[in-house]
Design a binder for this molecule. Structure first.
Ligand SMILES: NC(=O)c1ccc[n+]([C@@H]2O[C@H](COP(=O)([O-])OP(=O)(O)OC[C@H]3O[C@@H](n4cnc5c(N)ncnc54)[C@H](O)[C@@H]3O)[C@@H](O)[C@H]2O)c1
Length: 313
């Protein structure tokens, strides 16, 4: 395969690029390095430092002429989206539209675009299916939802098949501990520095934590599937990429303790306003459409994540 990956210097992107290269595939990365890291760039992949909003994108994608596009570049922080909703919307919504337009113009076979559990908002029942109501609770969720619609608007009826992959809470090696979303990365970072993990709330809140290796597996499976992924019922053709399981933050810490050899105290502070208490996404549509299921146990994923973080210090 010949794959162009936007956001390939980021957390999920760099894990994907590495897996594709190991599989003998050709990869080209487009990233503006706003949150991506140079250490994440693999010299075996082509690379252009470029903002996806740059007018040169159409020409670049035409020159690279990939068979597939995996669009992961985004303003991925809820906090930043609250501070600067205009930039968030420009990168996530308009940026996705431009990547889709460039993919269509270059005759790309299939484009996968990263979406998020944040499009759903407060759940009515769990686990959430793709048909559940979408009422985002912050500008990040809104821009991701708008991006799904723009993806369909650009690509429906074209030769480029497409899907939006709604990731749940992804964790694993190379996640930035400075980002607010990566609770596993933050815990690993603090324990590695000899500090106590800090939990917002009483630790009983749950999330659908998925290991990055599973997310990479889902992307590869979706790229290589013979089935057409675009379907008309919901704009953007969304698929949950998740485990369907709810894991509490306390459960996460219990899994991390033996891996990290940390049996010390945990600090509990007041819950953050606006945080959803429980979340899980039903992944069965992805299983039916392209035969993918998450397979990495929490203990295994946490241990691999800890090994990576501990090698840093
Ligand atoms: N990490 C998660 O738990 C999670 C959950 C749901 C959805 N997602 C989505 O998955 C994708 C990847 O997330 P991540 O966690 O790897 O984030 P990340 O911040 O590590 O990676 C994003 C990459 O995109 C690049 N980028 C940002 N704006 C750009 C622009 N305008 N032009 C070009 N490149 C740009 C950044 O430099 C970075 O390398 C994002 O679309 C994010 O919204 C992530």
């Amino acid at each position: 395969m010949h794959v162009l990956v936007t956001g390939g210097a980021g957390f999920i992107g760099s894990n994907l690029v590495r897996a594709l290269l190991s599989g003998g595939h050709q990869v080209f990365v487009v990233d503006d390095m706003s949150t991506g890291s140079a250490a994440n760039l693999d010299p075996r992949a082509g690379f252009r430092k470029m903002d996806i909003l740059d007018d040169g994108l159409v020409e670049l994608v035409a020159q690279v002429a990939p068979e597939f596009v995996v669009h992961l570049a985004a303003q991925a922080s809820v906090t930043v989206s609250l501070r600067d909703p205009e930039r968030d919307r420009a990168v996530n919504a308009e940026g996705t539209r431009r990547v889709a337009a460039a993919a269509r113009a270059a005759g790309v076979r299939r484009m996968l675009s990263a979406s998020s559990a944040a499009v759903y908002g407060e759940p009515e029942s769990l686990p959430l299916q793709e048909s559940a109501s979408t009422v985002p609770m912050n500008p990040y969720g809104s821009s991701k939802l708008e991006a799904e619609g723009l993806l369909a608007a650009e690509l429906a009826g074209s030769a480029t098949d497409y899907a939006s992959l709604r990731f749940s809470n992804v964790y694993g090696p190379r996640q930035d501990a400075a980002g607010e979303g990566g609770v596993v990365a933050i815990f690993c970072d603090r324990i590695g520095k000899g500090e106590k993990p800090v939990v917002f709330g009483d630790g009983s809140q749950t999330r659908d934590f998925i290991y990055v290796g599973d997310v990479v597996g889902a992307i590869v499976q979706a790229l290589t599937s013979d089935a057409a992924l675009a379907y008309d019922e919901i704009p953007g053709s969304p698929y949950n990429i998740s485990t369907g399981e709810r894991i509490s933050v306390d459960g996460l810490i219990m899994a991390l303790r033996p891996a990290a050899g940390y049996f010390g105290p945990v600090t509990y502070v007041a819950a953050r306003e606006g945080d959803i208490v429980h979340s899980a996404l039903d992944p069965s549509r992805a299983e039916h459409a392209f035969g993918w299921q998450a397979g990495v146990e929490l203990e295994t994923g946490i241990a691999a994540t800890w090994r990576w973080f501990s090698a840093l210090s």
